[in-house]
Design a protein around this ligand. Structure first.
Ligand code: GTP
Ligand code: MG
Length: 396
C-alpha cells in the first residue's frame, strides 16, 4: 500500500493467476459519503477472489489521510490509496498514473475504483476511459445510495446527491436491512424519477443475501453493459438533469458544500489493550457526534476513525445525526500506534469542525492517560506543480 499514487505492485487477495489476463474490467463504485461503497467493494473483491479472479482496488478519499485503505488492507487485500486534499492537481494525475501502473504491472481481471463520496463518479469513469487503454472494458457506473438516510441526505445535499444519481447507470439502494420494507419502494421510485434510464437494484452490502450475489454477477456480465448502453442511447437526460450537470461543473467538492477535515495523531503508547482501545474510540465518536449535532442537528456525511493500537485496529464510523456510531475491531499488527480521523459533515463551518476534532481527540486521549501528537500531513511530492498559492489549512 502507498500514498498519493505511489504503491508497491503486489499480490491482490493472494491470487495471482499468471498468463490468464486477457482483459481488465473497470468498475467505478461511487455514491455519497458513508453510503457503503467500501463495504460493497470489499464484498465484490472477496466474491471474485473466491471465484479465482484477481481484483485490484483503488480508493480515493478526502484530505491527505486515508482510512479506507487501512481497512481494506486489514481484510487482507492490497489497496492503493489516493488522497485528493489538493483538489487542483492530485486526483486526475494520480488516478491516471495509478490505473496505468496497475494495468501494466498487476494485470488484474477487475479494477474496482471508489471515488470519494464528494466526487462525481461519472467524471472519474470518464477520465479513466479517456486513457484509451487497450483491452480494457467498463462495467456500468454504479452509484450506491444509502436507503436508510435517503431523506436526510436529499434534504442536506439535494443538488449534489441528485447529480450523483443522475450520472449513474446502476442505482444500488443499499442498507435495506436498516429500512422498513414499506419504505424501500418509496426510495426506489424517487431515484427512478430522477434517473429513469438507470437500472435499479437493492441490497444490503453487510448481510449475506442472494440479492447481493445476483447484483455482482449481473453487474459484471457483458449483457448488463450492453443493456445499459441501449438504455443510454434511447433516452435523453431530462432538462432538470442537464441543468444540474451544467451548474455543478467539475469541482464536486466545492459543489457538495461539505466541510471536510482529515487528521492523524501518533500515540506515545506501543500497545493498547483491545478493550481500552474500543472504549477510547467509543468515547471519542459519541462525544464528537454530540458536539457536531450542536452545530447541525440534521447533519449527514461520514466521520470515520481508525485507531491502530499494536495488535488490533479499532474502526468506528458514523454517517449522520440519527445513527449510533458503529464499532468494529479487526486483528491487525501495526508497529506505530496512531489514530486517524476523517470527517466530512454537511452544513457546518470547516474551521469549527477542525477546531472541534483537534480539541476533542486530545481531551479523550489525555483522559485515558495517553499523550498524542498531531502528525504533519500533506506530503505532496509533485515535481511539476507549484503549491505556493494553495491554502491547506490542515498543515501543521
Ligand atoms: N447496516 C448496514 N450497514 C452498512 C451497510 N453497508 C455499509 N454499512 C455501514 O455504513 C458505514 C459506511 O460504510 P462504508 O462502506 O465505509 O461507506 P463508504 O461509502 O465507503 O464511505 P466513504 O468512503 O466515507 O464515503 C459503515 O459503518 C458500514 O459498516 C449495509 O448494507 N447495512
Ligand atoms: Mg469508503
Amino acid at each position: 500500500m502507498g500514498k498519493s499514487g505511489c504503491y508497491d505492485a503486489g499480490t491482490i487477495n493472494g491470487t495471482i493467476i499468471y498468463g490468464r489476463f486477457e482483459r481488465m474490467k473497470v468498475l467505478v463504485v461511487g455514491g455519497f459519503l458513508g453510503s457503503g461503497k467500501t463495504t460493497t467493494i470489499l464484498r465484490i473483491g472477496k466474491y471474485l477472489g473466491e471465484k479465482g479472479q484477481k481484483a485490484a482496488i483503488i480508493v480515493n478519499e478526502i484530505g491527505e489521510i486515508g482510512v479506507d485503505a487501512d481497512i481494506i488492507s486489514s481484510y487482507g487485500f492490497d489497496s492503493i490509496e489516493l488522497t485528493n486534499g489538493c483538489v487542483c492537481c492530485t486526483l486526475k494525475r494520480d488516478m491516471r498514473y495509478t490505473v496505468d501502473e496497475i494495468y501494466r504491472k498487476m494485470k488484474p481481471d477487475i479494477l474496482l475504483v471508489e471515488p470519494t463520496g464528494i466526487a462525481f463518479p461519472a467524471v472519474i469513469k470518464e477520465d479513466i476511459m479517456l486513457m484509451n487503454l487497450k483491452d480494457v472494458e467498463f462495467a456500468p457506473l454504479v452509484t450506491v445510495i444509502d436507503g436508510s438516510r435517503f431523506k436526510q441526505i436529499m434534504k442536506e445535499t439535494k443538488q449534489f446527491s441528485k447529480r450523483q444519481i443522475i450520472d449513474a447507470e446502476i442505482l444500488a439502494i443499499n442498507k435495506v436491512d436498516l429500512i422498513e420494507d414499506l419504505y424501500i419502494p418509496i426510495v426506489e421510485s424517487s431515484v427512478q424519477q430522477m434517473n429513469p434510464q438507470a437500472h435499479t437494484v437493492r441490497f444490503s452490502a453487510k448481510s449475506k443475501d442472494e440479492e447481493f450475489a445476483e447484483f455482482i454477477s449481473g453487474l459484471l456480465s457483458d449483457e448488463t453493459s450492453l443493456e445499459v448502453d441501449r438504455r443510454k442511447g434511447s433516452i435523453d437526460k431530462s432538462p432538470d438533469a442537464e441543468e444540474i450537470i451544467a451548474d455543478s461543473g467539475e469541482n464536486s467538492i466545492e459543489y457538495s458544500k461539505m466541510a471536510t477535515y482529515a487528521s492523524e495523531y501518533s500515540l506515545n503508547h506501543d500497545y493498547l489493550e483491545s478493550e481500552k482501545a474500543q472504549s477510547i474510540v467509543s468515547n471519542l465518536m459519541e462525544g464528537l457526534k454530540k458536539e457536531i449535532i450542536v452545530m447541525n442537528p440534521d447533519f449527514v456525511g461520514h466521520m470515520k476513525v481508525i485507531l491502530q493500537a499494536g495488535t488490533v485496529n479499532v474502526r468506528s464510523s458514523v454517517t449522520g445525526a440519527e445513527e449510533k456510531p458503529q464499532i468494529e475491531t479487526i486483528e491487525s499488527y501495526s508497529s506505530k500506534p496512531s489514530v486517524k480521523i476523517l470527517s466530512a459533515i454537511s452544513n457546518v463551518s470547516r474551521s469549527e469542525l477542525m477546531e472541534l476534532v483537534d480539541f476533542f481527540v486530545k481531551e479523550i486521549f489525555t483522559n485515558h492517560g495517553i499523550k498524542i501528537v498531531k502528525t504533519a500531513v500533506h506530503k505532496h511530492n509533485h515535481d511539476s506543480h507549484n503549491h505556493e498559492n494553495h491554502n491547506h489549512p490542515e498543515d501543521v
